[in-house]
Ligand binder design. Structure first.
Ligand code: NAD
Length: 494
């Protein structure tokens, strides 16, 4: 784009200032936010920041959510959030505000581009150019945890078909509209056949609608290993929440520093933009943090609010700064860098290069016609759901699996008899091995041998019988079939 076209586009895109909610965050947050807002201002971004207080100060004032009502009001009004990292105080019942915000605002897709800038930023993998799209609302991050016995604590992994479909459709739409060639799905469905199995299944279904894109599925362990050692084989990666959290940090480090990558958290109505890293308390207040991750988040925000020309200008000035060897300490390498600078000096260096483009690194161009990605769900026809039995979880430590199995077999109803018991998922009754270590947490499956449907009343009757026999029930899980297909896993060894 020549200079006068750029000026005309900037003028058109900044005719109206857009209100944006801004949080300065904790640790290095205030320093990097200050640097980023200065760059945005000097580049002519038409935004009106509404500053809210969230994070450590709010937590420590006694608010365990880390955010108050007025902050939510600003977010509901602006629908756009530029957020510096925050510190979650350890222990003490504080919930992660990042997770709360993502879930409360329905930010289902976390988009994290990870690009190598070789030879200007040290990396062993100069060809790396991938986008990790992480499911952002569910999985183990539902944070539903319970202590159930003296020995056992549990965390529920919740995966929904609609959650999988939203993020997977987003990933395919992203790949297809942004000139990407391949989408890789990472899951652990060889072990978690229902939860990760659903993610993989929905990936296979949605992929049918994008025949022009290459697709692959990798088990997360080998996927993460290849991402760390052969990152150039990836293009767009879509995965569930926990795996995505881990592999995006790996990918960012592979490109040079966790301080380089920004992210967009996208929902149907709201969007939040941030760096992928945390509040880095170890370097806070020293003016040495790299503001690039938050800057790249802010660039995505400008595209989101229709200021693509300014986003492009900032992005190219930033690339030129890296190319000129002006580096913060985390990416500084005395063999290739020219000058080691602090956070604010780095921002000044970017500002002084506004209007310039990199010479060796390919400049970016943002198409201002590119539409925001909209995701529509294909709701499947409702399946016929039938109750087949119940898993009763007991807290019991009075003997062996064989003894428990024999005692518990006495409890039954017309249609529900003890079929098997597992301990930490492995079958221990009937026909368990003496060698298997058993803790005080037993999953006892009651089901009709012929798998005929039962009523919930009968489950209650069974629970009364089990309780009257002196057993402590910790929890129950109903066993359902959907259109005749069982909706529960077998015991290991069953
Ligand atoms: P971290 O990402 O803050 O830091 C990890 C390492 O990377 C540290 O050595 C740090 O100095 C370095 N680093 C991070 N960002 C950098 C930057 N911009 N420039 C230079 N070096 C940088 O991870 P952590 O130490 O595990 O977490 C610290 C706190 O941040 C915790 O309270 C955690 O809960 C929180 N956190 C917040 C977010 C968020 O707000 N989105 C994300 C992750 C962690």
């Amino acid at each position: 784009m020549n200079h006068s076209t750029l000026e005309a586009e900037v003028k058109e895109q900044t005719a109206h200032s857009i209100p944006v909610t801004v949080a300065y965050g904790d640790g290095i947050g205030p320093e990097i936010m200050k640097a980023v807002l200065l760059i945005l201002e000097k580049a002519g971004a038409a935004i009106t920041p509404e500053v809210i207080e969230i994070g450590e100060k709010v937590y420590l004032s006694g608010n365990t959510a880390g955010i108050d009502k007025s902050a939510w009001e600003s977010l509901r009004k602006t629908k756009v959030f530029l957020k510096a990292p925050i510190t979650t105080p350890q222990g003490g019942g504080y919930k992660s505000l990042n997770v709360t915000t993502r879930k409360t605002l329905g930010l289902f897709a976390n988009v994290r581009p990870c690009v190598a800038y070789a030879p200007f930023v040290t990396t062993n993998y100069p060809e790396t150019d991938m986008v990790i799209i992480r499911e952002n609302e569910e999985d183990l991050y539902a944070g539903i945890e319970h202590r159930q016995t003296q020995d056992v604590v549990q965390c529920l992994k919740l995966i929904t078909r609609s959650g999988c479909e939203k993020v997977i459709r987003y990933a395919f739409e992203y790949a297809s509209t942004r000139g990407r060639k391949k989408v890789t799905c990472l899951s652990k469905d060889n072990i978690m056949k229902l939860t990760d199995g659903l993610f993989h299944k929905v990936f296979d279904e949605v992929s049918q609608e994008y025949p022009e894109l290459e697709t692959e599925h990798l088990i997360i362990d080998i996927g993460a290993a290849r991402l760390a050692t052969r990152p150039e084989m990836f293009d767009v990666v879509v995965t569930s929440n926990l795996y995505g959290d881990i592999v995006s940090d790996i990918a960012a480090e592979v490109t040079g520093s966790v301080g380089m990558a920004g992210s967009a958290n996208i929902g149907m109505d709201f969007a939040m933009f941030e760096a992928i890293h945390g509040s880095a308390p170890d370097i806070a207040g020293q003016d040495i943090a790299n503001p690039s991750g938050l800057l790249m988040g802010a660039v995505k925000m400008l595209i989101h609010i229709g200021q693509a020309a300014i986003a492009e200008n900032i992005h190219n000035a930033w690339l030129k700064t890296l190319e000129d060897g002006i580096h913060t300490a985390d990416v500084y390498n005395e063999d290739i860098s020219k000058e080691k600078v602090g956070t604010q000096a780095f921002a000044e260096a970017v500002i002084s290069r506004l209007g310039q483009k990199p010479n060796t690194i390919k400049p970016v161009t943002y198409n201002k016609e590119l539409k925001r990605i909209q995701v529509h769900l294909n709701t499947p026809v409702e399946a016929k759901k039938e109750l087949l039995g119940v898993d009763i979880f007991l807290d019991w430590n009075k003997g062996t699996a064989e003894q428990l199995g024999k005692e518990l077999s006495q409890s039954k109803t017309t249609n529900l008899q003890l079929q098997m018991m597992t301990n930490r998922g492995v079958k221990v009754y009937p026909d368990g091995l003496e060698e298997t270590y058993c803790t005080d947490h037993w999953r006892c499956r009651f089901i009709h041998e012929a798998k005929t449907p039962v009523t919930y009343k009968e489950v209650i009757e069974l629970l009364n019988t089990v309780t009257e026999a002196g057993f402590e029930v910790i929890k129950t899980e109903n066993l359902y079939s959907f259109d005749g297909k069982i909706g529960f896993s077998l015991g290991q060894g069953q």
